[in-house]
Design a binder for this molecule. Structure first.
Ligand code: FAD
Length: 375
């Protein structure tokens, strides 16, 4: 029998993108299992800012993955919109405002690197920032770093579109079923996963991909090399302005002091996010329980809002229409993301631990998994 059954555990942006990329191979029988609805984990809290060209990563795996995503995103979004007939909310272009003169040489050097790599990064004077974005306070700004090729995409809309398009190509989705373990078979020194178990049934498989975000920790706990991911809490908010900022036909995602301002259209904006580390970093299960049993500290989100108001004063007139939080899956003892074979399960792969960059890195992750599955 050909080895063509693939089970993906998790339907956040990572699992959904993997399912979609794999669905382009008609010989594969793909099942995605999630304990909840699509995008109900970290993905549902994300702002979807994909900082590739504008990130300081210029070489190695970190840049390679970013670049692969950057190249794949335009075609991926076009394919999804054609398949589903639905527009996916997004923005083209990110402006980072820098306030520290000592950072300027780093940006000048990055600009030269990006040019050599075939990407464009513009350095704007405060006056040039004002020309494009008159609503910003540039009195303390040293330079604006504008990246026309970087994007922001709505993570929930993206994930839902991926599910719809993958389903059209025959992928089976099982929502509301938690994976509780793996059925394995051993031959000599090799153990393989033959089935993925939920409370109600076992899904026979030839390949298993663990894309379960924070849920990857308990799933790998009994394997020879558990993958430990700790939660890092992030809070965000949605704000409405009676008068939208600047020219609504050319909105820009702004970042200042690591605070994103994401235009959503119609005078609505996302602002975020906090980065809150757990009190029990060595015990991820306790840390998650801790975060989920207390409401997050509103003063930390207010600090983020004040930080955004400092560079965009008009936000002070806005009405907050929503506040939320999510837990980012951060690998412990290894770099993010965790993209590697599943130790103790020769036909398994981990695609998890994307920490602050899961939306950015989803396309590159899916391509890496596709290459592994197709050998
Ligand atoms: C406030 C905030 C802002 C962010 N902003 C950005 C941003 O601007 N750009 C960016 O790139 N990233 C951002 N991130 C990070 C991003 O959200 C994550 O890196 C990304 O969502 C991880 O995706 P995932 O699919 O691996 O995990 P998740 O979205 O958490 O999905 C994992 C899925 O696995 C399922 N699951 C878990 N265990 C099991 C099990 N045993 N059985 C079945 N199903 C299971 C869960 O139900 C869940 O649906 C942000 C995160 C937060 C919290």
């Amino acid at each position: 029998m050909p080895l063509n059954r693939v089970v993906i555990v998790g339907c956040g942006v990572i699992g959904a993108t993997i399912a979609y990329e794999l669905s382009q191979s008609p010989d594969l029988h793909i099942t995605v299992i999630d304990a909840h609805a699509p995008a109900s984990g970290s993905t549902g809290a994300a702002l979807g800012v994909a900082m590739a060209v504008i990130s300081q990563k210029a070489k190695g795996r970190n840049w390679r993955l970013r670049e692969q995503s950057l190249r794949r995103y335009p075609t991926l979004l076009a394919e999804l919109e054609a398949a589903t007939g639905q527009l996916i909310q997004r923005n083209q272009g990110i402006l980072k405002i820098c306030f520290d003169i000592e950072d300027l040489p780093r940006w000048q050097s990055l600009q030269a690197i990006r040019q050599a790599q075939g990407y464009s990064l513009e350095l704007w004077t405060p006056e040039q920032i004002l020309e494009r974005c008159p609503y910003l306070d540039v009195s303390r700004a040293v330079v604006g770093v504008y990246s026309p090729q970087d994007i922001q995409v709505n993570p929930t809309e993206l994930t839902q579109a991926l599910v719809t398009a993958a389903r059209q190509r025959g992928v089976s989705f099982q929502f509301g079923e938690a994976v509780i373990g793996f059925e394995t078979a051993t031959s000599g020194a090799t153990t393989i996963c033959t089935g993925v178990q939920t409370a109600g049934q076992t899904f026979p498989t030839d390949r298993v991909i663990v894309a379960a975000g924070l849920g990857s920790t308990p799933l790998t706990a009994s394997l020879p090399q558990p993958t430990v991911l700790g939660p890092v809490l992030g809070q965000g908010l949605r704000l409405h302005l009676a008068q939208p900022l600047g020219n609504p036909s050319s909105p820009l995602v702004i970042n200042g002091n690591d605070i994103h301002l994401v235009p959503l259209g119609g005078g609505d904006y996302w602002i975020g996010a906090t980065v809150e580390f757990p009190a029990h970093p060595d015990d991820p299960a306790a840390a998650i329980a801790d975060f989920l049993s207390h409401p997050p500290d509103p003063s930390l989100l207010d600090e983020v809002l004040q930080g955004a108001i400092a560079y965009c004063p008009a936000l002070a007139q806005g009405t907050i229409t929503d506040r939320w939080f999510g837990l980012r899956p951060r690998p412990q003892g290894q770099a993010a993301p965790v993209l590697k074979p599943l130790e103790g399960c020769a036909n398994g792969m981990l695609a998890t631990g994307h920490y602050r960059n899961g939306v950015l890195l989803a396309p590159a992750t899916a391509l890496a998994v596709r290459d592994w599955v197709l050998g």
